[in-house]
Design a protein around this ligand. Sequence first.
Ligand code: SF4
Length: 224
Amino acid sequence: MSRPSRGTISAAAAALARRYGRPRRARRRPLLDVLVETVLSQNTNDRNSHRAYLALRRRFPRWDLVMDAPVRAVAAPIASGGLANIKAVRIKALLSEFARRFGRPTLEPLRRLPAEDAYRYLLSLAGVGPKTAACTLLFGQGTPIFPVDTHIARISQRLGWARPGETPAAFQERFRRLVPDRLVLSLHLNLIAHGRAVCHPGRPACPACPIQRHCTWHHSKERS
Ligand code: SF4
């Protein structure tokens, strides 16, 4: 299929919402907080990254303190999220870039930009990929840009929405233009819930799947 119609996407989103619920609109948060938390979530699970984020905020209540601290002092509280030194360097570099551009470490000026410009600016930053940029805007200010994480990339391959071998970044760029704005948040969160509960990386529990009828992988297995 690889280019699902809006009808197919809407039908799948509705089936997932019946199973996993309709998430409420993301509450508005400082964009920089969301960006840092998303950087911390790279290569780890949500629980570890949230714990790392809370520990970082406890140790450094202001972002300028993180910017000016030695790498090892920033790496210590975020150790639970893994790759602590790499993430500490990355976060400090981002804070310095924002301070240079906006006069202090903040991303709030992005709210005044058109959404696409804000997205492109975030994408231009070292260490910020499409998922991180989209999550920052979706969860920071409700901008409907669809983020593709590892769960969503895997499920999309199985559904036949992503092309064989297509990278998550390339798929996100294509797919985000197909998802109706009103479905972005719920489809994103419910596909992640589906990846955790049913469409596992190893053996997906297809008999329990509410979007089985949309799935190329499942139909090809039935035929073989
Ligand atoms: S039918 Fe199976 S492989 Fe396809 S989306 Fe559902 S759980 Fe995943």
